[in-house]
Design a protein around this ligand. Structure first.
Ligand SMILES: Nc1ncnc2c1ncn2[C@@H]1O[C@H](COP(=O)(O)OP(=O)(O)OP(=O)(O)O)[C@@H](O)[C@H]1O
Ligand SMILES: [Mg+2]
Length: 356
């Protein structure tokens, strides 16, 4: 059995007064609104999930839904009001302060929305900072920091100060700092939200590319659905402190757990999320026709569509060995691109968790 990189179990974080009583009432079925008159602000309510090693787990939700509070309980910056957080199998509530600091330093790094760079330190010093905290020798720090800066395309910028860099470059330094720490887990809270759309997309591409090589466990918080869908192996949809669905982007589009999620995703460009595998008609065995356009199962529908426009033949879906596994006809393609065909399957009670 694979131990989850991170696991939360019945996690609650309630701010304000009478937090314990608020949790008890919530556990007995009270709603968030019911307990607010106590003077309590429930930010995270009964959250349970597993993050698998090597996955990008996105937490998505509107402002105030509890995302930052949740991520801060994962690295012990906030103490849960109730419930558990396990990192690599260890309950972090059971760690003493020294062990918790070690865990934060050696196993997790964080990338913030507003970069959080030291203004009077060079790019290199900023990237090397966590290694300094860990007590590495100067040469070793510099070497690792240089490598990390090179990974994010910042070689040659080592001696500059943060203020000499654009926003996108500053966030690359933030990312390099997290990479230099060589932790297995990266926590990213709205890390790309302060960047303009083009740069933001570049950073997303870069993260995906790095992830191919490094296979970190990443918890990535965003309030942008398109970003969630692009980056997440799985997405946890949060609403008012609760997780209402955990699924792949595809599953969320095809089977939203409730009306709220359905409304949320209705404007998503399906052609950039759904893949050939999800709409193809499977073929047991068969041969490719001459001149037939081919795609792999993971090809986005947008790309299938442009290929399909160039040929009268149905698009063939082939595996890595170029064996035919399915076909996609133009009619199928057109109908699956329409938002209307993915009706919410079943309305679940609000707040009910659907595990993917
Ligand atoms: N330190 C705190 N003390 C009291 N209430 C807090 C504290 N931190 C957060 N909250 C409240 O908890 C709720 C969740 O806030 P949180 O910052 O986790 O949301 P978020 O999803 O990260 O929002 P955003 O997208 O705006 O960053 C909000 O109602 C917020 O006001
Ligand atoms: Mg936040």
């Amino acid at each position: 059995m694979i131990v989850a990189a991170i696991r939360t179990e019945g996690l609650y974080k309630v701010f304000g007064r009478r937090a314990d009583e608020a949790v008890r009432r919530l556990q007995e079925g009270a709603s968030r609104e019911d307990v607010i008159p106590l003077g309590a602000t429930p930010a995270v309510i009964d959250v349970t999930f597993d993050v698998k090693p090597g996955e990008i787990f996105v937490v998505m939700g509107l402002s105030g839904s509890g995302k930052s509070t949740l991520i801060r309980t994962l690295n012990g910056l906030l103490i849960p009001t109730a419930g558990h957080v396990y990192v690599g199998g260890d309950d972090i509530a059971a760690l003493n302060p020294a062990a918790l600091r070690t865990l934060r330093r050696d196993q997790m790094s964080m990338v913030f929305q507003h970069f959080a760079l030291l203004p009077h330190r060079t790019v290199l010093e900023n990237a090397a900072y966590p290694l300094k905290v860990r007590g590495l020798k100067k040469d070793e720090r510099a070497a690792k920091a240089r490598d990390a800066l090179a990974m994010v395309g910042l070689d040659g910028w080592e001696d500059k100060l943060p203020q000499q860099l654009s926003g996108g470059m500053r966030q690359r330094v933030g990312l390099a700092r997290a990479l230099a720490a060589e932790t297995d887990i990266m926590l990213m809270d709205e890390a790309f939200s302060a960047l303009d759309p083009l740069i933001r997309r570049e950073m997303q591409d870069q993260l995906l590319e790095l992830q191919q090589r490094l296979a970190k466990t990443i918890v990535f918080i965003t309030h942008d659905l398109n970003e969630a869908m692009r980056l997440g192996d799985r997405i946890a949809m949060m609403r008012a402190g609760r997780i209402v669905q955990i699924d792949t982007a595809e599953a969320i589009l095809r089977k939203p757990a409730n009306d709220y999620v359905a409304q949320f995703v209705q404007d998503v460009d399906r052609t950039r999320v759904l893949t050939a595998a999800t709409v193809m008609e499977p073929v047991g065995d068969g041969a490719l026709e001459r001149g037939q356009p081919t795609v792999s199962p993971g090809t986005m529908l947008a790309d299938v569509f442009s290929l399909s426009a160039q040929s009268p033949l149905p698009v063939a879906v082939v595996d890595d060995d170029r064996r035919l596994v399915g076909v996609i006809r133009r009619e199928t393609l057109l109908s699956s691109m329409a938002a209307g065909d993915v009706a919410p399957t079943e309305l679940t009670a609000e707040g009910e968790v659907t595990h993917g």
